[in-house]
Design a protein around this ligand. Structure first.
Ligand code: 5AD
Ligand code: SF4
Length: 494
């Protein structure tokens, strides 16, 4: 560790500082599709007899990036371990969405300093969204010389080369491309699940909501070609996967950037998913502004398309929505919500909400509460607004004290809890299809899984059912889960 001094970093070679200004000025340059990923010969066996550990923070996109990095490391011979002390490479795949996510990562980097002293050969890397932020890189350079490697979200496919430099060079390796983003198609993936899988359909975000760092850390919106996606899903179906989740930061913008495919959107892609023999298809995350009628109509056809819609509203006040740059009003959100509810039978709805946006008044917060009451959400994620350096909202003065924000969050959470409990009572005595995911977290004797509507169901049954779709009768409903009795195994035979 001692000789990896930051003074030796050759910035011109490794480091293009992430520029929020450039990101905001991005233009529609053609997206490059890269298909020639391969591991350099001299790195193909470098991990033989060695172990890796990747700590993942944040969203599903990060979870899936971890699967890709794991795939790359395994192709180099590394094996996974869950014990930091056994690891030869530790990567922290980080999240920048809120300050507390970043604080957690810095705390962890601090604790790994001791490990690095014990095991000087250990390669410690920081990647993911935080690595795209200039302030974060500067902080690591200044305070955490135990880090050997920093690379950004656009540099994942360069992991073999970067690892080589970290292993055999003496400098801290920093490679962060502040670019609009390409698509790399043929990366290896070491999937964590054997019956549930993530499938990227697009990358990046062009929405630039005023509070959000994602458009800067993940680059511009770029869609994978439908044929690539369909081929991947077909392959998963052949391998016996039961559920896939199509991923993107703003999946409703899917297809807009595809050359020569005018009018091909998420609705078309979902319609194609219906023809593939995979029992469950989900998608996340939706943006209300781009959620079009064709998609609603296709979702209404059901089949393997799960009737769970995650539809982040962020605020119930049109004034706040405007300052957030969300591109819809309270009324438009509600009308979309009801249209989906009327077209997709028995759909469940979840949402994301930010409380305490700069200068949010009591009245504006009450509008959020009333919208939540009207929609009767099944669940959701609620956050206190967290200023992110470089975003427009972070420059706004804010007259709402933290105490008030916390009190609003508590009231909102109480309401969300009540509504979740209420929505669960509708399942009493009903028979539901459950994908059995494993033992329940609280009791190893109990199995646990999700309904198509994304409700957690716990019930007794043999472990051999893990990975199967079963029918369960709901015998008791709780705030955040359902209890049931197994009726029949294997409701879906492929
Ligand atoms: N502060 C608080 N919450 C945020 N989110 C995104 N940016 C911020 C921020 N700066 C929330 C939004 C989004 C979810 C993934 O995280 O609700 O939908
Ligand atoms: Fe962030 Fe808005 Fe893009 Fe979602 S749609 S990732 S909240 S900028």
């Amino acid at each position: 560790m001692a000789d990896k001094t930051i003074s030796k970093v050759d910035f011109s070679k490794y480091f293009q500082p992430p520029s929020l200004k450039d990101a905001r000025r991005r233009r529609r340059e053609a997206v490059q599709i890269i298909n020639d990923f391969s591991i350099p010969e001299d790195m193909q066996h470098v991990g033989k007899g060695k172990k890796y550990l990747i700590e993942t923070y944040g969203c599903q996109m990060n979870e899936h990036d971890t699967e890709v990095m794991a795939g790359i490391l395994e192709e180099m011979g590394y094996q996974e371990t869950s014990e930091p002390i056994d690891a030869d490479v530790i990567l922290l795949n980080t999240c920048a969405i809120r300050e507390n996510a970043e604080n957690k990562v810095f705390g962890h980097i601090g604790t790994l300093k001791m490990l690095k002293l014990e095991k000087p050969g250990l390669i410690l890397g920081v990647c993911g969204c935080m690595a795209q932020e200039e302030v974060v890189i500067n902080k690591i350079l200044a305070k955490h010389p135990q880090v050997d490697l920093i690379f950004g979200t656009h540099n994942i496919h360069r992991l073999p080369q970067l690892l080589k430099e970290a292993l055999f060079g003496k400098e801290m390796v920093v490679e962060v491309w502040s670019k609009e983003g390409d698509i790399v198609e043929n990366l290896p993936q070491s999937r964590r699940g054997h019956f549930q899988a993530w499938v990227n359909i697009m990358y990046g975000c062009d929405k630039f909501c005023t509070y959000c760092i994602v458009p800067y850390t993940r680059g511009k919106e770029r869609s994978r070609h439908p044929e690539e996606i369909i081929q991947e899903v077909r392959d998963l179906a052949r391998k016996g996967y039961k559920e896939i989740t199509l991923l993107g930061q703003n999946v409703n913008a899917y297809g807009k950037d595809l050359p020569n495919m005018e009018n091909y959107g998420l609705g078309n892609l979902m319609d194609e998913m219906r023809t593939i023999g995979i029992p469950r298809v989900r998608f996340t995350t939706s943006h209300p502004k781009d959620f079009d009628d064709h998609l609603i109509e296709v979702l209404g056809k059901g089949g393997n398309l799960c009737e769970h819609i995650h539809l982040p509203v962020q605020s119930g006040s049109s004034e706040i929505l405007k300052i957030m740059g969300r591109g819809y009003t309270r009324e438009r959100y509600l009308s979309l919500f009801h249209k989906i509810k009327d077209t997709v039978p028995n759909a469940s709805f979840t949402t994301d909400i930010i409380v305490g946006f700069p200068n949010e008044t009591d009245e504006q917060f009450e509008e959020t509460m009333s919208l939540v009451r009207e929609c009767q959400f099944d669940g959701g994620f609620t956050f206190i607004y967290s200023p992110r350096a470089g975003t427009p909202a972070a420059r706004m003065t804010d007259n709402v004290p933290m105490e008030v924000k916390k009190e609003r969050l508590q009231r909102l959470n109480k309401l969300m809890d009540e509504l979740s409990a209420k929505s669960n009572t509708k399942y009493q005595d009903k028979i539901v299809e459950v994908l059995v995911e494993g033992e329940s977290r609280k009791n190893a004797e109990v199995l646990s899984g999700h309904t198509r509507t994304n409700k957690v169901v716990n019930f007794s049954g043999p472990k051999s059912l893990i990975g199967q779709l079963v029918k369960v009768k709901v015998t008791n409903t709780k705030k955040w889960s359902l209890d049931g009795e197994l009726q029949e195994a294997e409701v879906f035979n492929q």
